[in-house]
Design a protein around this ligand. Structure first.
Ligand SMILES: [Zn+2]
Length: 103
């Protein structure tokens, strides 16, 4: 590497989002100072947020897998509440079963 080719780190000073001290970031995405305490707090904050989003995502998947979302949409389309729609669906299924039993 020739002299003068050194990577520039001329980012303007920022204030640490944890302790508020000003620091010279080494990357434009750096949000906290170089203090290990601040980095640790930030990391834990992200882990907490990631865990929360993972939980929400899981709940969405469960709803999708059960077809609840599709049912809710169908109910809305038929101007029924979800409960009404489910009740109707149940009645229809039971009618069908009763009809079959009578044969
Ligand atoms: Zn800090």
């Amino acid at each position: 590497m020739r002299a003068g080719q050194k990577r520039k780190c001329n980012f303007s000073e920022k204030s640490c989002m944890i302790c508020g001290n000003t620091f010279k970031p080494t990357s434009p995405r750096q949000k906290v100072c170089a203090s290990p305490g601040c980095k640790d707090i930030l990391r834990r904050k992200y882990e907490k947020e990631r865990a929360y989003y993972a939980k929400v995502q899981k709940q969405i998947e469960i709803v999708k897998n059960k077809g609840l979302l599709a049912d809710a949409k169908e109910a809305k389309r038929s101007n029924m509440t979800y409960g009404q729609y489910k009740a109707m669906e149940w009645l229809m299924q039971n009618d069908h079963r009763n009809a079959q039993n009578e044969l």
